[in-house]
Design a binder for this molecule. Structure first.
Ligand code: MTE
Ligand code: MO
Length: 335
């Protein structure tokens, strides 16, 4: 018997109404918490209330239970630091300092502007040069592939960084299942186009939807994941709910949010930022302290929450895992 997927059978308005109800409930609680913050209470607790995660029940995404890695109802991480001893950024920092131009270019405004975005139900079309093209519901991806925590540094090309406890699955596991044809050399990722829910998409200075790409061997590297959550919960809207790419050795813009399509191709995809500023952003975009951006140095970075700057690490500190992907390549020419 074939399994029926909730993303196929649940009428959209049911999901939307349920979600609206939850968002409404969340807002009320937030308002109560804020009202309780009289004079003398710290502003950080007030803004913490606005960052409170919206509790999503497994049923809302069509599952009876969520895998352990995603089932926490309070922000949860298995460690306080990454493997280098760097402290994790807080849930509040990670969800209130965002680049997500579909909403706005103002990092602090992504959170409020994305609050009414509807990430469920969600499907991703995986096709192109593959033997088994398939459209996956989010619930398929969460239940079929191993969901695990990955604590990664995220280094934005703008020279700020964070340490984020993602939850997700290996992109390579998904690619193996669709079975790329031998001609497939690249993977193209397309983010959602939904101007009615994403006010920044009404500004036409970017040719929406957002597009990114990887070489197939980069996509198969075990560090490359599709994130479905962070801090032990389903992915919050400002970070690209319900599904985003995370490629920790590359500048943050490669890690495209709200992915709806993954295509295997024989030609190098032209990414949004390659079109937007070809002399500034190349296809590879590997974190490299020796190759400056035309308008600023990439030698150092500011960790969100820290004063002063710290040195930027080659491949963002993941050289042991990924440097061999680029053996013999001129990383200055292939920026
Ligand atoms: N679709 C989409 N994906 C995107 C972006 C975007 O504007 N749209 N911004 C990128 C940039 S520049 C960075 S630094 C990271 C930021 O991820 P975060 O907000 O979860 O920290 O998302 C990347 N993915
Ligand atoms: Mo970025």
């Amino acid at each position: 018997m074939t399994k029926i997927h909730s993303s196929e059978i649940t009428p959209k308005h049911v999901f939307l109404n349920r979600r609206k109800f939850m968002v409404g409930a969340g807002l009320t609680m937030g308002a109560v918490a804020l009202a309780a913050c009289g004079p003398g209470m710290s502003s950080s607790s007030a803004s913490g209330a606005s960052a409170a995660p919206v509790a999503v029940k497994p049923a809302d995404i069509g599952l009876e239970t969520l895998p352990d890695a995603l089932s926490h109802d309070q922000p949860y991480a298995s460690a306080e630091t990454d493997e280098l001893g760097d402290t994790l950024n807080s849930y509040e920092q990670i969800t209130n300092h965002n680049n997500y131009y579909e909403f706005t270019t103002d990092k602090q405004e992504v959170n409020p502007l994305s609050a009414s975005f509807e990430p469920y139900p969600w499907t991703v079309e995986v096709g192109g040069l593959v033997n088994n093209p398939k459209t996956y519901g989010l619930e398929d991806l969460i239940s079929s592939f191993t969901q695990e925590e990955r604590i990664y540094r995220l280094r934005c090309v703008e020279a700020w960084s964070m340490v984020i406890p993602w939850v997700g699955f290996q992109l390579g596991d998904l690619l193996k299942e669709v079975d790329p044809k031998s001609e497939a050399k690249y993977v193209k990722f397309t983010s959602v186009l939904r101007p009615e829910q994403m006010p920044g998409q009404n500004a036409r200075w970017i040719d929406w939807p957002y597009v990114e790409g990887l070489r197939i061997d980069e996509a198969m590297n075990p560090l490359a994941i599709m994130a479905t959550g962070l801090y032990g919960e389903l992915l919050p809207n400002p970070d690209g709910a319900p599904l985003r790419l995370v490629v920790p050795w590359k500048y943050g813009f490669k890690s495209a949010k709200a992915i709806v399509k993954i295509e295997l191709t024989d030609e190098m995809p032209v990414s949004t930022w390659m079109t937007q500023a070809p002399n500034e952003y190349g296809f590879y975009a590997n974190v490299n302290p020796q190759v400056d951006h035309p308008r600023w140095s990439q030698a150092t970075e500011r960790r969100i929450g820290e004063f002063g700057r710290r040195d930027t690490l080659m491949f963002n500190g993941y050289a042991d895992e990924v440097a061999s992907l680029y053996d013999g390549m001129d990383l200055r020419a292939n920026y």
